[in-house]
Design a binder for this molecule. Sequence first.
Ligand code: ATP
Ligand code: MG
Length: 563
Amino acid sequence: MTPADVSLPTDFIREIIEDDLKTNKHAGRVATRFPPEPNGYLHIGHAKSICLNFGIAAQYKGTCNLRMDDTDPAGESLEYVDSIIDDVHWLGFDWADRLFYASDYFEQLYQFAVQLIKAGKAYVDDLSADEIRERRGTLTEPGKESPYRNRSIEENLDLFTRMRAGEFEDGARVLRARIDMASPNIVMRDPVIYRIKRAPHFRTGDQWVVYPMYDFAHCLSDSIERITHSICTLEFENNRPLYDWIVERLIAEDRPQQIEFARLNLSYTILSKRRLIQLVEQNYVTGWDDPRMPTVAGMRRRGYTPEAIRAFCARIGVAKNDNLVDIALLEACVRDDLNERAPRVMAVLRPLRVVIDNYPEGQAEEFESANHPQDPAKGARKVPFSKVLYIEQDDFDENPPKKYKRLGPGREVRLRNAYVIRCVSVAKDEQTGKVVEVHCTYDPETRNGPPADGRKVEGVIHWVSASHAMPAEVRSYDRLFQVADPAGVEDDFTNYLNPGSLETLTAFVEPSLSSAPPGSRYQFERLGYFCVDSKDSSLGRLVFNRIVSLRDSWSKIGGKEKA
Ligand code: ATP
Ligand code: MG
C-alpha cells in the first residue's frame, strides 16, 4: 500500500526521471531506495527522503527498497533497525519483500575490491590515517602520492587477503582506490575504500575485520539492487565523481545514477543523529520517542499523523539549494489535518471553580454536544452539567479590559453547548487576594437558544462539571530549542535548550474521555489538539500530550509562546 497523497507536482528529480523514461535509459525501470544507517532513530529529515523515494516509486510504477546501510559496526544495532522498519511503515510506505542489508553484500563487496586490485585500480597502503591526511593536499595544492602506491598487483592481493584474515592491527593498513592524487576534487585523491576494524557487527558478528567505506559500499549496493536513481542529500555532490568512477569500473551496464537534493533543515530543531543521540544519552529528553524530539517516534507519540507529515513533505517540495524551513509550517500541516479528523471535547487545563448559586444542589443534566462542528457523521456525545463547574482561569478577569468577552463581575457568558451564566460575586483567598471561586447565576431560558429578552451575550467559554470531570495529566510542549538555528550556534547546542519545553498540568477533562484509547487525538475546545500518551496513560490515570496549539502563537508574540 502506498498512500495516494504522495503523488506530487513535478520537481527537478522527477524531470530527470521522466527524461530517462522517454529515452528508455533503464529499459523503462524506476528503482529507488531509502538507505538509512541503523545508528539512530529516523527524524523528520529522513521522512522527507522517505516520501521522496517511495513517492517517486509509486508515481512511476517503480519500486523502492528499504536498505539498512549497515557497513560501519560502531553504533549500529537491531533496536535501530526495528525502529526504522516501524517508522517507515507508520509513515504509510511499504517495500514488500525488498528489505535489504548492505552487510549481506560484504562478500560481494570484498570481491569487487579484489577486482579493482586486479585491474591495478586499488592498492594497500601502509601509511597511518594521519599520514594519509597530511598528504592529501588542499583545495589549491595537489596531494602527494603514497610510497606504497606502486605495489605490484600480486603484493596487493596478498596483503588484502591477509588484511581480511586478521593478520594486521586495526589501522595498520588500508585499501585505497588508485585514482589521481592531483585531482582538483579532493574526494578523488586515492580515497580509502577498506579499513581494518575489529568491532563486532550486530548481524555478521566477528566474521569480518575489514569493512568497506561508505563511498565504496553505497554505490555498489545500489548496483547490486539495480537501483536506477540513487537519491541522496547535497553533501554528497563532491562524491558523485567517485560514485561514478567505482561503478564504471565494476558494473558493466544499467548503472545507477546519483542525484542530490537539499536536506531538510527545520527551525528550532536539530536534525543530526549524532546530536539527537546526545540529547537521549545525557537525559535532556526522556528517550528517542520523547514527544519533543523531531524523530518519527517522537512526533508519533506526540500525536502527529502520518498524513500531516506527508503533507508537510509535499508542501516543502524538493530543491537543489539548502534552506531553513519554518517549523510553523509543519505545525500548520498538523493543525490542518487534525482540524478535520479530531473530535471536539472540553477540558480545563488551569481550573477555576464556578458555583451556580441558583442551580439545585445534587441536580445534574446532560447536553448533547456535536463531536465535530462541520461533520455530523462524527456523531455527538452527552456532556454532564451540574452546580459546580470548572472554567479556565484565563476566562475570568476581575478587572477586565474593554473588549474582554469572557467572564467578569456582573458579566455574562455562554457556557459552550449549555446555559448563559452571569457572575454575581467572587470568593478570594484571604492571604493572597487571589480569586479562588466565582459565583454565578444561570438563565434557565438559554438552554436551547439566546436570552428571551434579546440581550446579547457574545463570549463563549468551555467548562467541565466538577463532580463528573476526570483528572488528567496534560503535558504541554513547547519548542525544544530557544533559538531558530540551534545547529548553527558556536558553542554547545545544549546551551540553547528551552527550559520551558515541557509544562505538566493537572487538568480536568469531560467524562467521555475516561476510556479514550492510547494514541487517540482530540481537539480540546479553544485550547489545541491533544493525544492520549501511548506509554504513560492508563485507564485510571489519563495522560495527554499537547500535539499543537490551535493557533500559531509563536510568530505573533515574537518567540515566546503564551500557553
Ligand atoms: P544524520 O545527518 O542525521 O546523521 P544521515 O544522513 O547520516 O543523517 P542516514 O541514515 O545516512 O543518516 O540517512 C538515510 C537517508 O536519509 C540518506 O539518503 C540521507 O541523505 C537522508 N537524510 C538524512 N537526513 C536528511 C535530511 N535532513 N533531509 C533529507 N534527507 C535526509
Ligand atoms: Mg549518513
